[in-house]
Write a protein that binds this ligand. Sequence first.
Ligand SMILES: [Zn+2]
Length: 154
Amino acid sequence: MIPATVTGRARSGYRHGDARRNRQAPEHHTWSMMKFRCCNPKATSFEYYGDRGIKVCKRWLDSYENFLADMGRKPSPKHSIERIDNDGHYEPGNCKWATRAEQMGNRRAYKIREFCTKGHRMNPENTYIFPNTHRRRCRECFKNWHKNWYEGAQ
Ligand SMILES: [Zn+2]
């Protein structure tokens, strides 16, 4: 069966099925970049994601189809994925498609939270503030995440 939208890439050879189309989809690009930022210590932006303990939930990590089902299609090429809680993870309920202008607005409205996503109190003893970005991170979660990361890597 021929897909409804065969793009003008006939020269690279036609293979049927959704897999190929999915690899070209902008949502698929978002999905793979999200994983790359959070999971690959060699990513240039890893310090802002993986190193901060920002993770991709297992549901999305394992399956592009799940990611697409939860997020839907990008409303426009100007939209990119945004985490509603900037210290939260890439997971359903914490992500939406937003334009750059919307993302800036959200950042201005960002409030210092009393509890982390796991419910630990974000008091001064349990809050690590990154020297460069001034972002706040729950020490308890950060510690656990690093422990899991290193154990998983061995
Ligand atoms: Zn925590």
